[in-house]
Design a protein around this ligand. Sequence first.
Ligand SMILES: *Cc1c(COP(=O)(O)O)cnc(C)c1O
Length: 501
Amino acid sequence: MLYESTRGQFKKILSAEAIKLGISPDGGLFVPCEIPMISINRLKEMTNQDYQARAAVILKEYLTDYSEEEIDECVSLSYNQEKFDSPAIAPVRQLDDSLYILELWHGPTCAFKDMALQILPHLLTKAAVKTGDISTIVILVATSGDTGKAALEGFKDVPRTRIIVFYPEQGVSAMQQLQMITQEGNNVDVVAVRGNFDDAQNGVKDIFGNTGFNQDLHRKNYRLSSANSINWGRLVPQVAYYFSAYLDLVAKGNVTLGEKINFVVPTGNFGNILSAYYALEMGLPISRLICASNANNVLTDFIRTGVYNRKRQFRKTISPSMDILISSNLERLLYHLNGRDHTKTSEWMASLKDSEKYHVDELTFARIDRLFWSGFANDSETIETIRSIFQKYSYVIDTHTGVGINVYKKYLKATGDKTKTIIASTASPFKFNTSVVQAVLGDDAVQNKNEFELLEMLSVLSGNEIPFGLKDLDKKTILHRRTVSKNNMRDEVNNILQSAN
Ligand SMILES: *Cc1c(COP(=O)(O)O)cnc(C)c1O
């Protein structure tokens, strides 16, 4: 299978090359030239498989230039019980007859990013070998909190790679920051940026787009690549868990094979929900994809009107991993839904850059409207939802999942649609402990409590153990103290690579 750029100014390439490059040199994103189908018969065969086998099926459909053995090896190195604290890897939990939670946070960093970032380093190092590349791959990451840590864990000490993570200085939770600045490994660097996530992401995009800088690096035997969800290697492993979740419901008799269900996805950069879209196009019986945003509701407005307008105030919320105003992966969806028209796609993206907004055409909008529904939840609604879910089901959810369930309730109210629905639960409640304890027990409960006392309280509340990755963070040494302005990110990359030599 070949991959093409959404901007149409780069040649078609194999998946290993697309994963190695991360972003297309013409500024676009790589998408598969055709979307493979999984028939109902194959779904039936997959029903009794475990997570690993299902993931391998999906990966093999897209990464056709990898051998079956290579894929199997990547899968078993990633989705195992050393890395994940649930044998099911991504278990589905039933709340009531029509509401299910897909727990995507059983990996080492307690957020759904692990689902892709555990396997991406293996896909990437194999890609380098396959394409005869001998340079050191330098992974640049802009993170709103969870990607950074998950990428650091995935890439630490992986031979012939270096990883540099940029995070917004004031834009991540205390736990997220501690997780990153204590990161060990001989090939890792973590840098705080004075700005918000969009600043960090734009800085990284500019570095990728700087031809002179890239040529210079190449002469020094470095090649930049991305672990952000602009990399195809991030999206394809995520397609697998939508299949697996559906098949779990079939296996348990909760739905009959072929019966359509809905998915609700707490959304930021549009990577997770885009993977659900690919699953839908591949034939997974999905009725609707519900896009849940927090107060940064640019996607809610877009899905309702067809106008993407980022000219609005950036808001810091209790679901920081979704505090984003430029959802990069939307570009891929637009390309698929506008009839693979790279001219239109390029125009819209140029308009976003120049005038901070764009307006899609009628036909594209009609297609979006048919597949998606959108809503948003502000912080107080999210807190209220976390509390009511705990009271009703004794089940503790994190703030991002809280946004998802709140928007699902709004969807039910607006449509009355009784279709069975799975909420993608994107983070462990332990990762956002302060907000979660506050939501369940009230403001007084968190007064004068430190992060680690809050973890203990949450453990009692939820009846679950504190996840390994969060437990002893206060005893770890702070290893990363670099801070840069948003205009100095490229220089910082230079400094880091120079001092590595
Ligand atoms: C990254 C993240 C999101 C947003 O996912 P996208 O793929 O960027 O839309 C939602 N919740 C959590 C906990 C995350 O880490």
